[in-house]
Design a protein around this ligand. Structure first.
Ligand SMILES: O=P(O)(O)OC[C@H]1O[C@@H](O)[C@H](O)[C@@H](O)[C@@H]1O
Length: 295
């Protein structure tokens, strides 16, 4: 086992803790959900709810849940994705975020630690596509998450997905999100109508948007913490931006009434027109790297 890697538990859940170059990472095996990522002497990069619950078979509020093979409500997905699933009451955000996953390999060099997780084949519902899903987690002097799809079936597959990343911020009302200018988005708060972003995004109300045609870089600028978090993305041109604001916070599970002030979700994704189509045998990687710098 690599040095710096230890097994811990959170509530009912087996987790891995990684220490490397002044950084701490905690990953729940369930869902391969990154729960914590922090650099020594800095506020956490990822937000994890103080009300998070660690139960078998239940998603955890915070960190980076994996949404797959559909994002959000199945009914809001492209027809090519919807038609592949016929189950009644399909869960939001797909099938794997609360399933058991296994650490299938680790690699270590002086520069980095790499962990790879895959969902346990026995726990996958029959409706899951014949796609091998792997989450690679690489910690060097920053954190990179890479979601790999390999279509092992004989049919082409369509899916949507997201690395549903919850970031910690000092105060959402002060935060600016850069990198969206002129990008089209679909606004779930405006009956799923299409709009186009003008300039940076600030937060003044409940926000739930699916951005398309994005470039490779987004910045979360946090003046109070004097911190910029840069997201460097490949294999994705869409992202979901979400903050529940005041009223929805009161309805969310594992979420304090005032927690909306301290978090924002910027979810590297393949959604809507940016859904992923995989021919038989085809592989695809979507990855995002989180780097912090002084603002
Ligand atoms: O409560 P859940 O299933 O974890 O979802 C949280 C949120 O996830 C976001 O990605 C969606 O855009 C929101 O609409 C949703 O409320």
């Amino acid at each position: 086992m690599p040095t710096g890697l230890t097994q811990i538990t959170r509530g009912e859940l087996a987790c891995w803790q990684v220490r490397h170059r002044g950084q701490t990472l905690v990953i729940a095996e369930q869902g391969a959900q990154v729960l914590e990522y922090r650099l020594d002497n800095e506020p956490p990069v990822l937000w994890l709810s103080e009300k998070a619950q660690y139960h078998h078979g239940q998603g955890i509020r915070g960190g980076v849940p994996v949404c797959w093979p559909w994002f959000g409500g199945l009914a809001f997905n492209p027809e090519t994705v919807r038609q592949q699933y016929t189950q009644p009451d399909p869960p939001a955000h797909g099938l794997v975020r609360a399933l058991p996953w296994t650490l299938v390999h680790t690699r270590q060099s002086p520069e980095q630690i790499e962990l790879a997780f895959q969902p346990d084949p026995d726990s996958l519902p029959e409706s899951c596509p014949a796609v091998q899903l792997t989450l690679k987690i690489i910690l060097d002097n920053a954190l990179t998450l890479s979601l790999e799809n390999h279509n092992q079936g004989e049919e082409p597959m369509a899916l949507t997905q997201a690395l549903h990343s919850y970031f910690a911020v000092s105060d959402i009302r002060q935060v600016t999100l850069q990198g969206l200018d002129l990008c089209p988005y679909v606004d779930a708060m405006d009956n799923w109508h299409s709009h186009r972003q003008s300039g940076p995004l600030t937060f003044r109300e409940e926000t739930d948007r699916l951005y398309l045609q994005l470039g490779h870089t987004l910045h979360i600028d946090d003046p109070e913490w004097q911190r910029r978090i840069t997201l460097s993305v490949s294999g994705s041109e869409s992202a979901v931006v979400w903050n529940p604001w005041i009223d929805k916070s009161q309805r969310l599970s594992q979420f304090a009434d005032d927690a909306w002030q301290r978090m924002v979700c910027i979810e590297t994704a393949r959604v809507l027109d940016n859904a992923l189509f995989l021919a038989a045998g085809e592989c695809h990687d979507m990855s995002v790297r989180f780097v912090t710098s002084p603002l």
